[in-house]
Design a binder for this molecule. Structure first.
Ligand code: NAD
Ligand code: MG
Length: 341
């Protein structure tokens, strides 16, 4: 049975008199730090010397220290630097300064699951992972709601790890929505699979192939963009609200019949077989090793693939249309909170 906890199941008092160090002030870091502070928790932010985020955190009223100094005074250290830098950050600055009995926390199980970080058995290790981007975690908290979280205990040295994890989850607003219990293994493997096979990798490639198919058949790229990309959000909103059934209820019978007839032709059993291969590479650590090895060399493969993606013709068509149309409410400036470019 799934184990879901809410605000009433957690006690913020567990964090009274304790200091939480948030390492990193990006997408998740700023949201955790500000939400915990607003929940009455004593927070410090640990950043590299010369970090561009330091000014922002100070302006928002947070105490900023170096990573080492923040770890030295912390009872709970939440590591919210990018996954690929956590291993070195932990070895160089976190582990040597960790107080006896301090708890270590993560928002994604990557480094623990694949053994890049191996803390001593004397520390609690827990995870509180919001199932949404950091900016939404902050915005929802400020409007009195929360983004759902998953939480996990990897190591319970104190006997209090679960109480601490739940208090932390409550402090960032996650238990207003609900927190599902998981494990580091399950969260890491399913999170990587979801983003690779469906949410990011799968959807991006589906859109690109749909666009290419229409454009190669001689249709206008602008029309193709609307049909295979713009409308996706409207469809996904319906799925999020009421499942695939609500989406099918809302579309025309023509669209629904085409869904049943052609969906399985495009996304056929070979796609599921490929998904199983992707999952196997995640489970056996080969995806993680490839990512980390590339990052350690300065990310040549990653940068090449990013550039190729940015140069796909759908990007230029989309940018032009988003400028021309009044439905454009968001911003094409997506650089905030992204440390890697
Ligand atoms: P991010 O890239 O937005 O920010 C990372 C921050 O870490 C930077 O802003 C900077 O302050 C700091 N940093 C960068 N390099 C550093 C270094 N070498 N040493 C010290 N600090 C450094 O990262 P993020 O997306 O917030 O991800 C943080 C963690 O949260 C990851 O484990 C990620 O998997 C997890 N997570 C992210 C999301 C999301 O939506 N972004 C959702 C759930 C979980
Ligand atoms: Mg994810």
């Amino acid at each position: 049975m799934v184990d879901i906890r809410y605000d009433k199941d957690a006690d913020l008092g567990v964090l009274a008199g304790k200091v939480v160090a948030i390492i990193g002030y990006g997408s998740q870091g700023h949201a955790h730090a500000l939400n915990l502070r607003d929940s009455g928790v004593s927070v410090v932010v640990g950043l590299r010397d010369g970090s561009p985020s330091a000014a922002k955190a100070s302006e928002q009223g947070l105490k900023v220290l170096s990573v080492s100094e923040s770890v030295k005074i912390a009872d709970i250290v939440m590591i919210l630097a990018p996954d690929q830098v956590q291993r070195r950050l932990f070895a160089d600055e976190v582990e040597p300064n960790l107080k006896e009995g301090a708890a270590l926390a993560f928002a994604h199980g990557f480094n623990i699951r694949f053994g890049y970080i191996k803390p001593s058995s004397t520390h609690d290790i827990f995870m509180v992972a919001p199932k949404g981007p950091g900016h939404t975690v902050r915005r929802e908290f400020q409007s009195g709601r929360g983004v759902p979280v998953v939480w996990a205990i990897e190591q319970d040295a104190s006997g209090q790890a679960e109480k601490t994890a739940l208090a932390y989850a409550k402090g960032i607003g996650g238990l207003r929505a609900g927190g599902i219990k998981t494990t580091f293994k399950e969260e890491t493997e399913t999170d990587l699979f979801g983003e690779q096979a469906v949410l990011c990798g799968g959807v991006s490639k589906l859109i690109q192939y749909g666009f290419e198919t229409l454009v190669e058949a001689g249709y206008q790229p602008e029309i193709a963009y609307f049909e295979v990309c713009h409308e996706l959000k409207l469809i996904v909103d319906l799925i999020v609200e009421g499942g695939i059934s609500k989406q099918r209820w809302s579309i025309s019978d023509t669209a629904e019949y085409g869904d049943y007839i052609s969906g399985p032709r495009v996304i056929n059993p070979s796609v599921k077989a490929a998904m199983k291969d992707v999952l196997a590479d995640i489970q056996n650590g080969s995806f993680a090793a490839r990512f980390i090895e590339d990052q350690d060399k300065g990310a040549p493969e990653f940068k090449k693939l990013r550039k190729e993606g940015e140069e796909h013709s759908i990007e230029a068509v989309g940018a032009k249309l988003r400028k021309m149309y009044s439905w454009r409410s968001g911003s094409d400036d997506y650089t905030e909170g992204s440390a890697s470019r």
